[in-house]
Design a protein around this ligand. Structure first.
Ligand SMILES: C[S@@+](CC[C@H](N)C(=O)[O-])C[C@H]1O[C@@H](n2cnc3c(N)ncnc32)[C@H](O)[C@@H]1O
Length: 239
């Protein structure tokens, strides 16, 4: 029986998480089958060893990490449009991982690997420093209630981790449809000495032309929400 998206992050101490584990999350038969049948092709389990990206993907190519890939629509579109890049999708929601696996198989993509675990845990434990070309965080859970803001994935600790894992001049691309979260991210990222806001301090970026419309974005646009993009480059200071 192949491993099927075993969730391991709960083994480690992280007081406040950016998600709630829903073991009761509804999973369709197709998603469950995908986890059983295709996980061994695309799935990556985290261990105590750092990843060797070249052997993970079987080549050396630009490496892009998609944090919170959701149902995987954007990951699949980007991987199909950019076969020259390798994509590591990290998502805690098993049904989403199942959907992504199905799409990867349908499109016969070879430049994607999938992790079903806490992305911050994965960055900290498994990804070597200065190994990543770009990190994507599209429509992170907004945790709109004030008492839940502490769960938002972007905060000073996460931003330092992003800096550590990116190569010098590597990029972080973010998008959200929550204005107060957009401003919070702008504040945290602009204040970090390891990042340069490519739109200029205090400014949001134009939407990157290559950024696909994600499932959550479609919903946001239907609700009439505006979308804010942010793009940062890691400076070349030593981490
Ligand atoms: C609002 S959805 C956006 C999904 C996708 N990026 C999109 O735009 O359609 C946010 C996703 O992030 C995932 N998530 C939240 N915290 C995470 C974490 N620490 N590690 C991995 N995934 C996480 C959630 O399970 C959820 O699927």
């Amino acid at each position: 029986m192949p491993l099927s998206c075993k969730f391991q992050a709960t083994r480690y101490e992280r007081p406040i998480r950016s998600y709630v584990r829903r073991d009761s999350a509804r999973i369709t038969a197709a998603q469950r089958r995908a986890l059983e049948d295709h996980w061994h092709i695309y799935g990556v389990e985290i261990t105590d060893k750092l990843f060797d990206f070249d052997s993970l993907f079987g080549r050396a190519a630009p490496r892009i990490v998609d944090i919170g890939s959701g149902m995987g629509n954007a990951t699949v579109t980007m991987a199909r449009d950019h076969p020259e890049n390798d994509y590591l999708a990290i998502e805690v929601y098993r049904p989403g991982v199942g959907s992504l696996l199905n799409r990867l198989v349908a499109d016969q993509l070879t430049n994607v690997r999938v992790i079903c675990d806490d992305a911050l845990e994965v960055l900290e434990r498994s990804i070597p420093n200065e190994a990543i070309d770009a990190i994507l965080i599209f429509f992170p859970d907004p945790w709109p209630k004030r008492r839940h803001h502490k769960r938002r994935i972007i905060g000073p600790t996460a931003v330092s981790l992003l800096e550590q894992k990116l190569k010098a001049h590597g990029r972080v691309y973010l998008a959200t449809d929550w204005e107060d979260y957009a401003n919070e991210i702008l504040g945290v990222m602009d204040a970090h000495p390891g990042f340069i806001n490519l739109a200029g301090r205090g400014f949001f970026a134009p939407r990157p032309r290559w950024r696909p419309v994600t499932k959550f974005e479609q919903r946001a646009l239907r609700l009439g929400h505006k979308v804010w993009d942010l793009v940062y480059a890691r400076s070349n200071r030593t981490v």
